[in-house]
Design a protein around this ligand. Structure first.
Ligand code: UDP
Ligand code: UDP
Length: 469
């Protein structure tokens, strides 16, 4: 753990504060490595132990082992928190709340670390910003989702206020984001229809707090989301909005893979672009009935597939047997042309493997940025939260297709295996989809990996500000 070192020289010391869940930890780990290895910063990552999921624990361990000593750990100890106040709440949202309530404890941590700047997760923004201000440390936000979602998050509190003033308090319909585009009611994250939901309360507070940030880093690139990035920067969404640094796609950090399922070897044996990779992220559970239909659809598509099955929100709870989850005889019937695993996979390695031709994805934003980085076409099947807003970015940006009629979590109606199979066949056969996705991959590389690229320059500008602070 760093003590009060001298960070006033040429190397700024940036303290990163991720919240819980792989969707948040992964981009923070990538930012840590980009800042330390690529831009000459000292970096500390504040970590809360124990983590909610075992995937997070393994990820933190691998990050600190691989990036030591440039990336160091700060222990963020939480104040006692009584979760019984929120019966039945999602364990990740509960951790967000526990971290939010512990924000005052960050003051001493920042002071001891000698931080030149702190970058907080969006989920903690409204409570961390005042603490950083009090310590005199510039505070930036890493927005871990799309720029469209950032615009939505910034606009939403004002949208609710206008509805209240018009006598429609708490009502959420289509949301027209000034200068960006309209988010239909059906794409608004489920929880936001309930003003009392813990997520809604945090979301609105963070949206209001954003204007106080010294700047916002967002894991996207100008060419993927031109409308949203431009509108935010021009103050069309919210006037006097902070600086927006579009720094994505943040590049994968490759850790030594543990691959007990042997998926990389299996991929090596498949023909180019022949495999459908299927994953719904690290924490999205699919109902048992829908899992069976998805299994039937993959079988009916006739294609090879690599499927990472997750049937619980938190991996520690995942005790079900694959054979039971997917139906009698399924694994035997697809043997040879499919690999199905419940284990953790190194997704970025899979997506850059030449045998992968399509990614059936829930459109968690990290998954979308990884598909963009490697030019892999996406068949979007959003399930939850911001994923429909992200799926719209996928189609608008030319990264793939989305069957908007397909239901998401909490809606009536199963998508039949037959329909899933037909759609996979159609997208796999569409050369235009593949070409456009490859072009997105080229644009992502130009933005993030070349020194003149928009994202590279944006990150350099952010570091310049930390250095001058
Ligand atoms: N991921 C992975 N292996 C898995 C499941 C997920 O590497 O078995 C990674 C994935 O590449 C992504 C992150 O975990 O970087 C999940 O974030 P995303 O935003 O896509 O979805 P979430 O899990 O937050 O819903
Ligand atoms: N989000 C936000 N403000 C908040 C909390 C979350 O804008 O106060 C965004 C966050 O970036 C995330 C999305 O809303 O991408 C959905 O949040 P959740 O934590 O459910 O998603 P995940 O953990 O799967 O990324």
């Amino acid at each position: 753990m760093p003590t009060s070192g001298d960070h006033s020289g040429a190397r700024p010391h940036v303290v990163l504060l991720p919240s819980a869940g792989m969707g948040h930890l992964v981009p923070f780990g990538r930012l840590a490595v980009a800042l330390s290895a690529g831009h000459g910063c000292d970096v500390s990552v504040a970590a809360v132990l124990p983590t909610v999921s075992s995937a997070e624990a393994r990820h933190l361990e691998a990050l600190f082992a691989a990036a030591d000593p440039a990336v160091r750990r700060l222990d963020f100890r939480l104040a006692p928190f009584d979760a019984s106040e929120f019966p039945g709440a999602d364990p990740f949202f509960l951790r967000f709340e526990a971290m939010r309530r512990s924000a005052p404890l960050l003051g001493p941590l920042l002071a001891t670390a000698g931080a030149s700047a702190v970058v907080t997760d969006i989920v903690l923004a409204s409570v961390v910003l005042p603490v950083a201000r009090e310590c005199g440390v510039p505070c930036y936000v890493l927005f871990t989702a799309s720029a469209a979602m950032l615009a939505f998050c910034a606009h939403f509190p004002g949208y609710l206020d206008a509805n209240s003033a018009a006598g429609r308090a708490g009502v959420v319909g289509d949301v027209d984001i000034p200068g960006v585009y309209r988010i239909p009611k059906s794409s608004v994250p489920q929880a936001l229809h309930d003003p009392k939901h813990l997520f809604t309360q945090q979301f609105v507070a963070n949206g209001r707090g954003l204007v106080d940030a010294d700047g916002i880093l967002v894991n996207t690139f100008d060419a993927l989301e031109p409308e949203a990035v431009t509108a935010l920067r021009k103050g069309k969404v919210v006037s006097s909005f902070p600086l927006v640094f579009a720094v994505g796609p943040l590049l994968p950090v490759m850790f030594p893979a543990k691959d007990p399922a042997g998926y990389m070897q299996w991929l090596d044996a498949q023909p180019a672009r022949s495999v459908v990779y299927v994953s719904f992220g690290s924490r999205t559970a699919i109902s048992p009935d829908q899992l069976l239909e998805l299994a039937a659809g993959l079988e009916a598509s006739g294609h090879r597939f690599l499927w990472v099955v997750k049937s619980t929100v938190v991996d520690r709870d995942d005790a079900g047997e694959l054979g039971d989850l997917l139906g009698h005889g399924f694994l035997e019937r697809v043997r040879g042309r499919a690999l199905v695993t419940k284990g953790w996979v190194e997704q970025e390695e899979i997506l850059q493997h030449g045998s992968v031709g399509l990614f059936v994805s829930h459109c968690g934003w990290n998954s979308v940025t990884e598909a963009a980085a490697f030019g892999v076409p996406v068949l979007a099947w959003p399930r939850f939260g911001d994923q429909r807003i992200n799926a719209a970015v996928v189609t608008r940006g030319g990264l793939g297709a989305w069957e908007e009629r397909w239901s998401w979590d909490g809606e009536e109606g199963l998508v039949s295996g037959e329909e899933v199979g037909e759609k996979i066949k159609a997208v796999m056969a569409d050369e235009t989809v593949a070409k456009k996705a490859a072009a997105v991959g080229d644009a992502a590389a130009a933005a993030a990996t070349s020194k003149g690229g928009t994202s590279y320059r944006s990150l350099a500008e952010f570091v310049g500000r930390c250095r001058d602070a």
